[in-house]
Design a protein around this ligand. Structure first.
Ligand code: ADP
Length: 445
């Protein structure tokens, strides 16, 4: 059955839900369409945190940080290929995004370090619990409280335009019945294309055969649909692999494990990289090791610091032992080498200087039994490229002009993360630009 509304949001991940809430709070009628049976998309899988500087939470914890530092880290992490104006918006509005989420009921009271960050600024629930499911739950409840209609198992097929002005979408329901939703604004929040192997290899043939951490709905639909109404694309070749993914099942191990002190070792029992280097660097270094995978090594102290690790143990992803020697044996690794690696690293922690790889932050020595490893390797994780947007979240055409009525936010857009996204900046992106797109659509109508 055809519908009429003010704003249609395509996709119910973090970006789509944030956009829907803001558009509704601006007084507009909103319908969200979601092709999967569950809402939340890849956002549900986010386990790291939300990067923001100069927040009330940091202040309460005595962490001194600045928007300038967040900006500089993000540009450096992206090899300065990022669109500086979008990064300004990202970093300047991040603290407000945290307050907004807290007001909606989110717990973001734990702050940790992610790779490429010069300060602790990754906000996550108390105890380091997985942030994605928590935020999706909070946003979902907030959307429902506001009476926002979310149609699951409903796939957007086409964005409609008349004389260059957006007029709605064509969607199909779970019975494959097509219908039209007439709207004055369409917000594309369909996520990235990491689960579309054809599209991934079209832009980066080196990733042929790689697994992915993405949910199966991350197929780039929003990119294809928007290009059909004239949208321009940016940075499509920039595709990120995440270095710590369990090869047997694609399960992603959060970067926060390294952030809280874990190291990476190869099959010879040796470290081979600064574990807090950016994802591309750590991925590449791992592929150079025998077997093209590595072992993430941590002790009981790190396990206690991050509740996500309990989940990894429960799911049988870890190999554990009471001593380092026993662990080496279980891994068929030379015990003396492994011992020397751990002792060497612990002496670096003590001296505050990593003389082998220059790792900056070494929060914990590895000396409390039990000892654990998880085998990890790189898999396709985040597609940095996508729809070209302006600082209001409006989609641009190839002449650099806005397409009236078309907005986009989240992983479907490009330009924010440049050549490499920092861990913790995806959630910032979704919430900051999701809100912005919703607000812009709300005021433009
Ligand atoms: P972001 O992180 O940018 O918010 P997510 O991956 O979390 O992106 O969410 C995007 C959502 O959009 C997913 O739930 C996905 O299933 C949904 N989606 C993707 N393509 C379509 C489509 N054609 N129609 C409806 N929903 C879609």
């Amino acid at each position: 059955e055809n519908k009429i509304t003010d704003v249609v949001v395509i996709g119910s991940g973090g970006a789509g839900l944030a956009a829907a809430i803001e558009a509704k709070d601006a007084g507009k009628e909103v319908i969200v369409v979601e092709k999967m049976p569950i809402i939340g998309g890849n956002t549900l899988r986010a386990t790291g945190g939300l990067n923001a500087a100069d927040t009330s939470v940091q202040a309460a914890l005595g962490i001194e940080d600045s928007v300038e530092s967040h900006y500089a880290d993000t540009m450096k992490g992206g090899y300065e290929k990022n669109n500086p104006e979008l990064v300004e918006v990202l970093t300047e509005q991040a603290a407000d995004a945290i307050e907004w989420l807290i007001n909606l009921g989110a717990d973001l009271n734990d702050v940790g370090r992610m790779a490429g960050a010069s300060q602790d600024r990754s906000h996550r629930p108390t105890g380091g619990a997985a942030v994605g499911p928590h935020l999706v739950q909070v946003l979902k409840e907030s959307a429902e409280e506001r009476g926002i209609e979310i149609l699951t198992e409903t796939t957007a097929l086409e964005i409609l335009a008349e004389d260059g002005v957006i007029t709605g979408i064509i969607a199909k329901d779970k019975n494959n019945d097509e219908f039209t939703i007439e709207a004055k604004a369409v917000i594309v929040a369909t996520g990235g294309f990491g689960a579309n192997a054809t599209m991934v290899t079209e832009y980066d043939s080196a990733l042929d055969g790689f697994g992915t951490t993405n949910h199966s709905g991350a197929t780039g639909d929003g990119i294809t649909m928007s290009v059909a109404v004239g949208a321009d694309l940016v940075d499509m070749v920039e595709i990120q692999t995440h270095p710590t993914v369990v090869p047997s099942n694609g399960y992603m191990i959060t970067e926060a494990v390294r952030g809280n002190g874990a190291i990476l070792i190869n099959r010879d029992g040796q470290r081979f990289v600064n574990e807090l280097e950016t994802r591309d660097v750590v991925s590449e270094a791992t592929l150079e090791q025998t077997g093209q995978t590595a072992f993430l090594f941590f002790d009981e102290g790190i396990k206690e610091s991050l509740s996500a690790i309990e989940g990894y143990i429960r799911q049988g992803l870890t190999t554990e032992a009471d001593s380092i020697e026993e662990l080496a044996e279980a891994l068929d690794m030379d015990a003396a080498t492994l011992m020397a690696t751990i002792e060497g690293y612990n002496s670096f922690v003590e001296d505050g200087e990593d003389r082998d790889f220059g790792r900056g932050d070494m929060p914990r020595a590895l000396k409390t039994s039990k000892f654990y490893v998880i085998e990890v390797g790189p898999a396709v994780h985040h597609t940095m490229g996508g729809l070209k947007i302006d600082t209001r979240g409006q989609v641009l055409n190839s002449d650099g002009n806005v397409i009236t009525g078309l907005y986009a936010a989240g992983e479907v857009t490009g330009g924010i993360h440049g050549g490499n996204r920092l861990g913790g900046n995806a959630l910032t992106d979704l919430i900051v630009f999701g809100r912005l797109a919703g607000q812009s659509a709300g005021t433009d109508l």
